[in-house]
Design a protein. Structure first.
Length: 342
């Protein structure tokens, strides 16, 4: 039997234990952040290590492919440990937002560091690197004076000269979605039908295979993300592959760009820590490494590009918000199917 005095002592002891068990963990709760990343470990680990050193905040992360990560976030629901989602392509980020997996981030720093067109209009995600999807041609077979716009690649002069990656990759779905946003669905379909008529070979499984076909003379040019060219040129700088920046005329819309980026999860346990990590990833300090490691362009326009990337010259990018890549994705997929783009 416990007497009242002993009971009050016990209550006090329990209270002390509770206090001291809870307090440190409450403090710790803001001292870590959990990231689900479709960007690979080789890219993010050095950055997270640097952030841990700079901030004292522990970064725990899980890397996987886009699909499984999103499925996991959905399945975990309110119980997810994830605070931040990192992935590639505005089409994917838009889908994550659409599925209710993200929450808005209110951050002046992000607004200052990342241009409007690379951020979700509702602040559900933000771009952290820019990937330009542009023309790469074989200089033995193409005079760059022949090149002008994405649309002009539908002209009969390119019959039997074009290589493309398949239409089932989100990169091409986003490219066509942005064409729809720029030119309307009818004109976008005319262009895509022209590309398909101009194909030299069936579409390739990835950008690298399309580039190798151009280098081998199977076709004259292709449309790829520039970092794939960068990887090939690092292995063999003598490859006959050159970049052309389309849509640079006064009336033209600029080069098609997409992003890799991130958003705070809907059920984040450490949303403030997630916001601070996003802000840091957008900072001058982190941007050069975040973009440079994969030969992409920094989303923060104040940051210099890697030397190989700089050698490709400057270009004007499309100012259209990359959210259109998501908003028109379903229409783009249907359009490519109608146009016979496999
Ligand atoms: Fe890629």
């Amino acid at each position: 039997m416990i007497f009242p005095a002993a009971l009050s002592q016990l209550t006090r002891a329990v209270a002390i234990v509770l206090c001291c068990a809870l307090l440190p963990s409450t403090l710790h709760a803001e001292e870590e952040v959990v990231v689900y990343s479709a960007r690979n470990e080789q890219l993010i680990k050095p950055l997270f290590d640097a952030y841990e050193t700079a901030s004292g905040v522990r970064v725990r992360f899980l890397t996987d492919k886009e699909g499984p990560l999103l499925a996991r976030l959905k399945a975990e629901g309110v119980n997810t440990p994830a605070d931040l989602l990192l992935t590639v392509d505005a089409g994917n980020l838009w889908q994550a937002a659409r599925s209710g997996l993200l929450q808005p981030v209110d951050s002046t720093l992000l607004q200052e560091r990342i241009p409007d067109h690379l951020r979700d209009p509702d602040n559900l995600w933000v771009g952290l690197s820019v990937r330009a999807r542009t023309v790469v041609y074989n200089p033995d077979r193409v005079d760059p004076a022949e090149l002008s716009t994405y649309a002009a690649l539908a002209d009969p002069q390119w019959r039997g000269r074009l290589c493309l990656r398949t239409s089932n990759k989100v990169y091409n779905q986003s490219l066509v979605a942005m064409l729809i946003a720029e030119q309307g669905e009818q004109e976008a379909e005319r262009i895509v039908r022209g590309w398909v008529e101009n194909l030299a070979t069936p579409p390739f499984a990835d950008d690298t295979a399309a580039l190798k076909a151009v280098a081998a003379g199977q076709c004259d040019l292709t449309l790829v993300n520039t970092y794939y060219l960068g990887r090939l040129l690092k292995e063999d700088p003598a490859l006959p592959l050159k970049i052309f920046w389309p849509n640079q005329g006064m009336e033209d819309s600029g080069v098609h760009v997409n992003i890799s980026g991130g958003g705070i999860t809907r059920h984040a346990k450490h949303p403030e820590a997630a916001r601070r990590l996003l802000e840091w990833l957008a900072s001058d300090e982190a941007q050069a490494a975040f973009a440079g490691e994969n030969l992409e362009y920094p989303a923060n326009p104040g940051v210099a590009v890697a030397p190989l990337v700089a050698s490709w010259g400057e270009f004007r990018q499309s100012p259209l918000n990359v959210a259109f890549a998501g908003a028109h994705q379903a229409a783009a997929v249907k359009l490519m199917d109608r146009a016979g783009y496999r």
